[in-house]
Every structure is written in C-alpha cells, then in structure tokens.
Design a binder for this molecule. Structure first.
Ligand code: SF4
Ligand code: SF4
Ligand code: FES
Length: 239
C-alpha cells in the first residue's frame, strides 16, 4: 500500500482537473499547472507562514477565503483563484500593507524591482482603501554592506526564515507587536554589532521590497537575486 504522503489527490482549480501529492498545498499544485496565484511572504524552499494573505483563494463550500500557500489540497475540492471577491480582498490586503509603513515608490531604492510594487500594479491598486499610519522607524545603516529600513518592511519574515533555515545563523527575529513590529538582529543590536550575522547577504536577496538593500547600488541596479537562494535550497533538497 502507498504511504499516505505519496498518494495523489484529484480536484479542480478554476474548473481545470488537476492532481497533486496528498501533502501538497493549493499553491504548489496551481503553480505545477501554470495557474498564477500572487504571493509575498511565501518563498519556495522556505517554510510557509501564511502571514501576508495575498494568496487568498475561494474553496467551494467554505465560507472564508483560504491562503493557498498553507492550505493542503483535498480530494474533490473546487478552488477558484480569481473572482471579484478575491480581487477585492487582495486589494484590501495590499492597501493595509502599504498603509502600515512609508512606501513612496518614486524615492525608494527598490523602485522598479519590488514585489510589493509589482503586485499593486498587477492588481490595479490605484489608491489605498485604508488611511496611512505614517509611523516612522529608525534606519539601521550600521553594516558595512547592507541597510535595513523598517519603513519599507512588510514583515513577511522571509529574511528571518532564510537566516534560520538556510544560513543556520538565526541572527534575525521579529520584535514588538502589531504596527510596532520590526526585524531585529540578535537582542536588538545595531546590525554591525550582531555576533550571529555571518554577513552572507541571503536576507537581502530574499527581501521582496526595499527594506533590506545593498549599499552603493542605484535603483536600477537593485535587482534582488532570490533565485540564488532558491537554487541553493533546491540543490540541498535534491541531495
Ligand atoms: S519597498 Fe516597494 S512598495 Fe515600498 S516604497 Fe519601495 S518600491 Fe515602493
Ligand atoms: S526586511 Fe524584507 S524580508 Fe525581512 S520581513 Fe521585512 S520585508 Fe520581509
Ligand atoms: S503568500 Fe500566502 S499568505 Fe503570504
């Protein structure tokens, strides 16, 4: 008898018949079948936390939208990845992310190379649905190569996870609650004084916005190389 984890399940996404391993998520199966679902906190190879909620999809029979990146597939389920309801929820989610921090794209180091900006363009978000909070955080530019600007941080925790799960340094964490949350190094030391940080730069490469960036690069050069990290993870998993 096949072990449960390698069993295959058949279901529908956007009326298309699809199959996936029984332990797969809706997002994994959708991507395997060329169906696009937007993501921000999710990054292939890292654990999934389901925190940003941009990947919400409808499952027939379920009252609430569910995050595709953390929801496991079920035999016979019917998933809808695009509808008016979903688009409006995604716009609201994006609005809240924008409103929480200071995202003035025209003066941002990541202008033109930012996943948050890309999602806003793709969803046609022309204005925020919620008022801006205008909270100001101090920037940490103490590291010789990198800068952390909490004002652009969307708290996706990709940096925290890559540092822990791939680099093994666990130099980063989330500190504070709600809108006061920010990423800290060690016990909230300036980055340059962190004893756990190996200066590998993986956190910078996976950061979807201009919250973590390399010093000395212009906005046109600020292309994040998250593929370096995902390829590394893939190579390790293939061993
Ligand atoms: S991080 Fe992205 S969305 Fe935020 S200001 Fe910079 S370019 Fe705009
Ligand atoms: S610094 Fe970047 S990667 Fe880290 S939580 Fe903020 S936005 Fe995400
Ligand atoms: S990508 Fe699914 S919750 Fe963030």
């Amino acid at each position: 008898m096949l072990k449960d984890k390698v069993r295959v399940k058949t279901f529908k996404i956007d009326d298309m018949d699809v199959t996936g391993r029984s332990d797969a998520t809706i997002l994994e199966v959708a991507r395997d079948h060329g169906i696009k679902i937007p993501t921000l906190c999710h990054l292939e190879g890292l654990s999934s936390v389901g925190s940003c909620r941009i990947c919400l999809v409808e499952v027939k029979g379920s009252k609430n939208l569910v995050p595709a990146c953390t929801s496991k597939i079920k035999e016979g389920m019917e998933v809808i990845t695009n509808s008016e309801k979903i688009a409006s929820h995604r716009k609201m989610v994006l609005s809240m992310i924008f409103a929480e921090r200071t995202h003035t794209c025209s003066v941002c180091v990541s202008n033109g190379h930012c996943e948050l900006q890309d999602q806003a363009i793709e969803l046609g978000l022309e204005h925020s649905y919620v008022p801006y909070i205008h909270k100001h955080f101090e920037i940490d530019a103490s590291h010789k190569d990198y800068v952390y600007d909490p004002n652009r941080c969307i708290l996706c925790t990709r940096c925290v996870r890559v540092c822990d799960e791939v680099e093994g340094a666990h130099a980063l964490d989330i500190f504070g609650r709600g809108i006061d949350s920010k990423i800290i190094h060690d016990m909230d030391e300036p980055w340059a004084q962190s004893e756990s940080c190996t200066s590998c730069g993986k956190c910078v490469q996976v950061c979807p916005t201009g919250a973590l960036f390399e010093k000395g690069l212009s906005a046109t050069e600020m292309v994040k190389r998250k593929n370096i990290v995902t390829n590394l993870i893939q190579a390790r998993n293939d061993k």
